[in-house]
Design a protein around this ligand. Structure first.
Ligand code: PYC
Length: 317
């Protein structure tokens, strides 16, 4: 069933290391009862046009990640959240969690300290250190496959790890591209080719999930960093932040290879030069990642959804 769109939606926009988050604070849909995974399914099936109206043009753009605040299902959580982007819902989003934490602080809904957050892939914790600085104890992460060889059209045989950090990632070092801001078109093209090669070969994450994030690494520019990355998101936009779920996947690979020690800090630089500090502790065959970054509120706004507007439900260019 497709539901009628509300006439207004109140949002608060922020950015985390340059990557935007749009938190829906009022006017969002009633998704009924159940786990956050159940609510996400309902949002996906019945409110996809609302998702598009919130993040896509003409009110948004391809880079925005939406965050719908919901009633939590798990106990002692400050709230639940469903993250979504220009093409659908995503499992987990760390930059979005940092943006949400700073937004909740802006609304005086949370104080500095540690808070639990219910998500479709499990409970995560965030620690609000001050008005802007947040660290996130992300979902347990792991490497599923080490250095898989992949035939990529026009790029030859590339190699990459497949790892889970709250989303599925293909992490590649031998792509041969410059990881620099003025090289975005080439990076985007190369990452899309990798994504298509994975699809063509039927390669998925260990649970059958789509590997919908591609992460390319290269030398850092910021001398305080350990590495620089470019991350292609599912809808073709690149992540302006270092991508917290991608950095969790990276830390899982580094720990598995013995290149990073438990609790040692890894500083991941993004394509726009922002940095996340990351570390991981080991729990059985999983690592527990912690990602630290800062976010800033950029707008409080009321979106108007006029049903006579031919582009009311948004569009993608
Ligand atoms: O920070 O986890 C993240 C993320 C996922 C997609 C965009 N950002």
């Amino acid at each position: 069933m497709i539901r009628v769109l509300p006439s207004t939606i109140d949002v608060i926009d922020s950015h985390t290391g340059g990557e935007p988050t749009r938190v829906v604070v009022a006017g969002g849909p009633d998704l009924g009862v159940g786990s956050l995974a159940d609510k996400r399914e309902r949002f996906r099936e019945e409110f996809d046009h609302l998702r598009s109206a919130i993040v896509n043009e003409p009110r948004g753009n391809d880079a925005i990640v939406g965050a719908l605040i919901c009633e939590p299902y798990e106990p002692d959580c400050v709230c639940g959240v469903i993250f979504f982007n220009n093409v659908g819902c995503i499992n987990m989003c760390v930059h979005g969690t940092i943006g949400l934490a700073v937004t909740l602080a802006h609304l005086s809904r949370v104080e500095p300290g540690t808070h639990r957050l219910d998500t479709p892939v499990g409970v995560v914790e965030f620690q609000l250190e001050d008005d802007h600085l947040v660290s996130v104890a992300n979902v347990p992460s792991y490497r599923a496959t080490k250095q898989m060889a992949l035939e990529v059209a026009d790029y030859g045989t590339l190699h990459g790890d497949i790892a889970w950090g709250g989303n599925w990632f293909f992490l590649c070092d031998d792509h041969g591209q410059r990881i620099e801001f003025d090289n975005l078109p080439r990076l985007t093209e190369c990452a899309w080719r990798i994504r298509h090669a994975l699809e063509r070969e039927g390669i998925t994450g260990a649970d059958g999930g789509v590997i919908d994030h591609i992460e390319l690494f290269g030398p850092y520019l910021d001398p305080s960093a350990d590495s620089k990355n470019f991350v292609l998101c599912p809808g073709g936009a690149y992540d302006r932040s270092p991508c917290g779920t991608g950095t969790s996947a990276k830390v899982a690979c580094l720990l598995a290879d013995g290149k990073l020690q438990p609790n040692e800090v890894w500083r991941q630089e993004s394509i726009v030069g922002s940095i996340f500090e990351a570390s991981g502790s080991v729990q059985g065959d999983r690592i527990l990642p912690r990602i630290r970054g800062s976010a800033f509120v950029t707008a409080e706004a009321r979106l108007i959804l006029d049903s006579s507007d031919p582009f009311c439900a948004g569009f993608r260019s």
